[in-house]
Design a protein around this ligand. Structure first.
Ligand code: NAP
Length: 545
């Protein structure tokens, strides 16, 4: 044996200037910006390909709820000129194709490593570096760690006994198989009626043999009114991109829909009803975000609008008892995220579709054959868990992140996230939590705001490099100020009154049964202003060495 072979092998971690976790909408763009700067960056992605949420969510009916052209990136004219959307609200396969096209156009794919699940990341105070541990046993080191891990990427199965006992096919919608699932003539159960369940149910009701929907709490849904985009319309959209992105930049949610300036009371009844009819007949989120300005603030106004929508549900569902079960009683319209639907309510008029109200007959357990409620056992071929996510902080909690002095991020965030600007955490230097909790991207149309946050971070990183800085961190004082600002956004908002992932509730995650401040609710224009002011003031709230 050679001397070389006798010596112990050195397994020095591979070193990068920047490691980005996640190859979704955010990861693709931050990687592009880093490469433009000449940074040695790599992306670690758990999936077998890029696309993040659009890589994983392959369930039938998965599609945009925001207009396709308002969801695409705005930063590259060639991409805007070349890409044609086929529908106003594109389906998942098209969005995934778009993201792959963008990655190839920007030539970033070769800096991405797939099937790389990050298990842990630990900060080393001597070298001011992060060491990232992968599930495949490898370790990588970097100066700067950027998380782009998604806000709805930690899927949660229901905490119902027996989930693992079922002998048929079963999957969470997030992990819908890549190979086609044969639904024809199958007996299918769907558990969950959030935005995902509503899309699945509307799509598969006429494709399965039998469909049983298990509903715990109904949501207020509204018609999506999707339509194809022909060549002339796409040409007009391309000509209007400046206006489209300008509109998204000025609305609180970063969507094409912003609140109507009028209040409910100042509009005569006939005119008001005509306006609501128009909203109900219009595509997209206008009905939620383009309504009178007090619909999401004033309980009484909200109750009026909820009654209007309840009538729509009664008109569309043949059986009044079923319609009544589909009308929410515990929250008003829009105080939870409004699922946009296509043929959802009509699905319940079909003879092969049954709605089970879990308030009347709770699920006792999943059995080897199907679902047992308090009144009966039903057998299924397929169980679909549309049971949501450990939203926004879940993806962080699933990585063992250790900061200064051995502090765990999961411990620090046990009662809810604590950040500065949603991008930095005291005690966790050289970590930028892009698309993380308490930023604006998680409470808005994701891409426009993530582009802004990434541009902001890129300028910061360029300055750190130019000044030869090794370490950037925020302070607890800056965090304390930020949490007050975050809390002020919840005051007077009906969004803060309902139990949903918006407010941090998830009955399937221990300890997530109380309000957690996950979002910046003061609107994306204000958030952008805040980022700009911090930068103008020399990155106030950060210590840079
Ligand atoms: P979700 O809104 O959290 O809904 C989860 C559903 O599962 C709820 O109906 C919930 O009932 C039910 N559930 C959870 N645990 C249960 C249990 N143990 N027993 C019975 N029912 C249970 O999750 P989601 O539908 O996946 O949507 C999450 C978010 O993803 C959306 O709000 C949206 O932002 C995003 N999304 C976006 C699009 C799009 O842009 N096109 C499409 C789909 C989803 P309760 O309400 O009683 O808790």
């Amino acid at each position: 044996m050679s001397q070389q072979q006798d010596e112990p092998q050195q397994h020095e971690p591979q070193q990068h200037e920047v490691i980005i976790i996640g190859a979704g909408v955010c990861g693709i763009y931050i990687l592009h910006r880093m490469l433009e700067l000449g940074v040695d960056a790599t992306v670690l992605e758990a999936g077998g390909g890029l696309g993040g949420t659009w890589y994983w969510n392959r369930y039938p009916g998965a599609r945009f709820d925001s207009e396709s052209y308002s969801y695409g990136y705005s930063f590259n004219q060639e991409i805007l000129d070349e890409w044609n959307w086929s529908e106003h609200f594109a389906a998942q396969p098209e969005t995934l194709s778009y993201l792959n096209y963008v990655a190839d156009k920007l030539d970033v794919r070769r800096h991405m490593q797939f099937n790389c699940r990050v298990n842990a990341a630990a900060f080393d105070e001597d070298s001011d570096t992060w060491t990232v541990a992968l599930a495949d046993g490898r370790h990588l080191r970097c100066n700067l760690l950027l998380t782009a891990i998604g806000m709805l990427s930690a899927a949660t199965l229901p905490n119902i006994e027996g989930v693992e006992d079922f002998q048929g096919q079963a999957f969470h919608t997030y992990y819908w198989p890549q190979d086609p699932v044969d639904l024809a003539d199958k007996k299918v159960a769907v558990i969950g009626t959030g935005a995902t369940g509503v899309q699945v149910i509307g799509e598969i009701a006429d494709k399965v043999g039998e469909l049983v929907v298990y509903q715990r709490r109904p949501n207020w849904c509204a018609p999506l009114h999707n339509a194809a985009i022909d060549a002339d319309t796409m040409a007009q959209i391309k000509d209007s991109y400046d206006d489209i992105f300008a509109k998204c930049a000025e609305t609180p949610g970063g969507f094409l829909h912003g609140p109507d300036r009028r209040s409910f009371a100042e509009v005569p009844e006939a005119e008001r009803l005509a306006f609501w009819e128009e909203l109900y007949a219009s595509p997209g989120f206008g009905i939620w975000l383009g309504n009178f300005r007090d619909v999401l603030i004033d309980f009484e106004v909200n109750a009026e609008f909820s009654a209007f929508i309840a009538d729509k549900i009664r008109q569309r569902v043949d059986d009044p008892a079923v319609a009544d079960k589909l009308i929410p009683k515990d929250h008003g319209f829009g105080s939870r995220r409004v699922p946009m639907e296509t043929r959802y309510y009509e699905a319940y008029n079909r003879p092969n579709v049954t709605l089970v109200d879990l308030n009347d007959t709770p699920i006792e357990r999943i059995t080897s054959e199907g679902v047992k409620t308090s009144d009966q056992q039903r057998a299924f071929d397929i169980i679909v868990y549309a049971t949501g996510f450990d939203a926004i902080t879940g993806a962080f909690d699933r990585i063992d992140i250790t900061g200064v002095g051995g502090e765990k991020l999961a411990d620090k965030w046990r009662d809810g996230p604590i950040t500065y600007l949603g991008v930095a955490v005291a005690g966790f230097p050289n970590l930028l939590t892009l698309a993380g909790p308490q930023g604006a991207s998680v409470s808005s149309n994701f891409p426009p705001n993530i582009e802004y946050a990434v541009n902001w971070a890129t300028t910061l990183i360029a300055q750190l490099r130019a000044r030869g800085c090794q370490r950037i961190e925020t302070t607890e004082a800056a965090e304390a100020m930020w949490i007050e600002e975050i809390k002020s956004g919840y005051e007077g908002s009906l969004l803060a009154t309902a139990k949903s992932w918006f407010t941090g509730y998830n009955s399937n995650v221990e300890g997530h049964d109380k309000m957690r401040y996950l979002m910046y609710l003061l609107g994306s224009p204000k958030y952008r202003q805040r980022l700009d002011t911090v930068a103008e003031q020399g990155y106030e709230g950060f210590t840079i060495q």
